[in-house]
Each structure stands twice: as C-alpha cells, then as structure tokens.
Design a protein around this ligand. Structure first.
Ligand code: ADP
Length: 169
C-alpha cells in the first residue's frame, strides 16, 4: 500500500529516493520545478538528459511518459522526468495528466524506489487549474498499484497545499 503524504515546500529540498520533475519534452531544462531541479542538482542531470536525447529519446519525451536520470547533488537517487499536458481550457482531457503519475510510479517501481516526491504537475506554466489537478493527482496515485511506500506531494504554496489537502480528507 502506498501512503500519500503532503508537505508545503521546495521539492529540491526533499530527502527521498526519487524526485519527479515536471519537465518539458525537450528534456533540456525549463522554468519552475525543472529549473529548480537543474539548479540545485547540478550539471550531472542535464548531462544524462542530453545522452537520452542522443539515444532513445531523439525527439524528446512524449507527454504523459516518464524517464529517470541521476539526481546529481539532490538528496535523492534519481530524478524521474515526466511531461505534463498543457491545459486546453474547460473539458480538457485529463488522461495524459493521470498518465504522468502512473508512468512515474511505474519507473519508480522499476528502480525499486520506496519514497517518491511529486510536484503538482502541469499547474504552473502549463496552467492546469489547481483543484482539478489535485483531484487527478490524488485519485491516480490511489488507483495505481505500486510497490512505492510513500508518495509525497510537495506543494510550493499554501493554495496548492490546501487543494491537495481537500483531496485526502
Ligand atoms: P508545469 O510546466 O508542469 O506546469 P511548473 O514547474 O511550471 O510545471 O509548475 C508546476 C507546479 O510546481 C506549480 O504549482 C509551481 O508553483 C510548483 N513549483 C515551482 N517550483 C517548485 C519547487 N521548487 N518545488 C515544488 N513545487 C514547485
């Protein structure tokens, strides 16, 4: 059984086996969580991302999929990069957002990671409404069979924390 925990804070400060990155398909860095992970994790992460681009991920990472690299200098073993969908307005298809959580957990299981920190994927630059994103995130983790012991949602601000807390009451 996977236990869900919530903390308000910076995902790059977590001590966990794997940190999930809200990456973009280029795998070559960006803003938000992505920028913070590469800044604190150092150049080893980008170096592995470049190798992925040069091998199996020539066109980058597809939305809804996940792939792992070293976590560099973060207090973690791995960064699991996943690409969330951009919100397209009311009625947006949430299946790719759910897939990010499912695929990241699948990769975490492959690595035998026991503790995994997730950000609120797609709720930044990709504009997904926080309440809806929180619902999809929690529901998907609950519905996914995984050996991971703890999924820790790391919410950057109080608004995000409250939205997730609503979902696990
Ligand atoms: P996306 O492109 O998937 O929308 P972002 O990185 O822009 O990803 O934002 C995802 C969420 O992560 C947003 O709610 C944002 O406030 C939050 N966030 C940004 N930096 C951090 C951080 N260092 N730790 C945890 N959450 C963060």
């Amino acid at each position: 059984m996977t236990t869900i925990t919530l903390v308000q804070g910076d995902i790059t400060r977590q001590s966990v086996d794997a940190v999930v990155n809200a990456a973009n398909s280029s795998l070559l860095g960006g803003g938000g969580v992505d920028g913070a992970i590469h800044r604190r994790g150092g150049p080893a992460i980008l170096a592995e991302c470049r190798k992925l681009r040069a091998s199996h991920y020539g066109k980058g990472l597809v939305t809804g999929r996940a792939v792992a690299t070293t976590a560099g200098e973060l207090d973690a073993q791995w960064v699991i990069h996943t690409v969330g969908p951009v919100w397209q307005g009311p009625g947006s298809d949430s299946s790719l957002l759910a897939s990010c959580y499912r695929e990241s957990l699948r990769v975490a299981d492959e690595l035998s990671a026991r503790t995994v920190a997730f950000p609120a994927i797609s709720t930044g630059v990709f504009r997904w409404p926080m309440e809806e994103a929180a619902h999809i995130a929690v529901e998907t983790v609950r519905d996914t069979e995984a050996a991971v012991e703890e999924v820790r949602f790391v919410l950057f601000d109080e608004r995000a924390y409250k939205a997730f807390a609503e979902q696990i009451r």
